[in-house]
Ligand binder design. Structure first.
Ligand code: NAD
Length: 383
């Protein structure tokens, strides 16, 4: 039986835990948050002596475990993954693998030196929709790729929750948004196009979510605001119960009570025009590859649209993908049923299964660390 340790038991860990194959044992859990730790331990039957509040203690002794899944905040990835491979555990590591080129190269070197593999959770490589796009490109149906235009519309709920009010809203704490949000997308484009970047140009800024752009009459907290606003925290959390998975209800309290408290005094009750965010809400990045292909990426955090749009211009045709519709030289394929599946349209499950299979067989996963270096490098350059 394969046994796994989880470092960090927040939102992403919850998804991976929920789709672990039945014959995999959750052997250890590590998280400094006592509520999360005890709730995960109870749910997955992990005894108290296999739960740790800090990773250093966990890594200080050799444990009986086949692999480690690291789902902590971005800035901890490098240190914790390096500790894991030094201790002799193969790692599945959330993206980004590191927050600087130096950290990334250090981790890669350590992985190669120890022979311990690190796989990165670049989930787009596992999306059935993205895999279909790659299949079409590789079939030659649109000829050789000339250019790719790719837009990521973050959408108002995710933008407000994560990148304005939330834990990825400050460059000094979480890094630039292009790294935290678009490392998936850059990796996906390189996965399709191949090559190395000859140059990367980037222009972006914080254009909407700041006090200077607040509509007249906007209150500092949504509870006190009478405006009809697409970013209303009251509508998002209290009325629609969306994005509440990270609001922990300790024993004796209900989720409703936690939401109300958050709306009254927490970071998630703040007006999106009156937060302390500084990450970009728009960014345009152009990447010229050494194989002649031009990539144009647009990060759009201000439109009310959500999702991704990819247009691949080939020498013999054109592919347009905007989930769930894929259009190849005018022929349409509809992937609505597939896109509606939970857990990133099934991709999270495929990713976890791939990692477990790599532990069983020693074969590399679909996203080994070394194959993600160029995507990380581009994100570090674009910033
Ligand atoms: N692959 C994807 O599609 C995807 C999507 C969202 C987030 N992410 C990435 O996943 C990672 C986790 O994001 P999340 O949304 O789960 O965040 P989260 O805040 O819900 O979970 C992070 C957990 O790590 C814990 N933690 C903090 N410090 C720790 C430490 N020193 N040791 C152990 N645990 C510690 C926190 O208490 C928390 O429970 C981030 O790097 C994020 O960028 C990836």
């Amino acid at each position: 039986m394969i046994s796994i340790a989880f470092i960090g038991v927040g939102n992403r860990a919850g998804k991976y835990l929920s789709c672990l194959p039945a014959d995999v044992k959750v052997a250890f859990l590590v998280d400094p948050d006592p509520v999360r730790l005890s709730q995960a331990a109870a749910k997955y039957g992990v005894p108290a002596n296999a739960c740790f509040s800090d990773a250093e203690t966990f890594f200080s002794v050799r444990r009986e475990v086949d692999g480690v899944i690291i789902t902590t905040p971005d800035r901890l990835h490098h240190r914790q993954a390096a500790a894991a491979i030094r201790a002799g555990y193969p790692v599945l590591l959330e993206k980004p693998a590191a927050v600087s080129q130096e950290e990334f190269d250090d981790l890669l070197e350590e992985s190669e030196r120890t022979g311990m593999p690190v796989s990165v959770c670049l989930v787009m490589r596992y999306y059935p929709f993205c895999r279909r796009i790659k299949e079409v490109v590789e079939s030659g149906e649109i000829g050789r790729i000339v250019s790719i235009d790719h837009t990521e519309f973050i959408g108002p709920d995710r933008m407000g929750h994560t990148f304005v009010r939330g834990l990825w809203s400050r460059k000094d704490l979480s890094g630039p948004i292009f790294l935290s949000k678009c490392s998936h997308d850059v990796d996906f484009l390189l996965w399709l196009a191949g090559g190395r970047a000859l140059d990367v140009s980037s222009e972006g800024g914080l254009t909407v979510f700041h006090a200077g752009h607040a509509p007249a009459g906007a209150a500092k907290r949504c509870l006190d605001c009478s405006l009809d606003c697409p970013y209303s925290a009251v509508k998002l959390y209290r009325d629609r119960h969306a994005w509440v998975a990270g609001f922990d209800a300790p024993e004796g309290r209900t989720l409703e009570e936690v939401i109300e408290e958050e709306l009254q005094t927490g970071r998630y009750g703040r007006c999106v025009y009156h937060c302390d965010n500084d990450v970009n809400d728009r960014q345009d990045v152009q990447i010229r590859l050494d194989n002649g292909i031009l990539l144009r990426m647009h990060l759009d955090g201000v439109s009310l649209e959500e999702g991704r749009r990819t247009i691949i211009q080939g020498t013999d045709g054109i592919l347009r993908a905007q989930g769930p519709i894929l259009e190849v030289n005018g022929r349409k394929e509809d992937y609505s049923a597939m896109m509606d599946l939970p857990l990133h349209a099934g991709a999270d499950r495929l990713l976890v299964e791939d990692f477990i299979e790599s532990l069983r067989t020693g074969h590399p996963t679909a996203a080994p660390l070394s194959t993600t270096r160029e995507a990380h490098r581009i994100c570090f350059l674009a910033r």
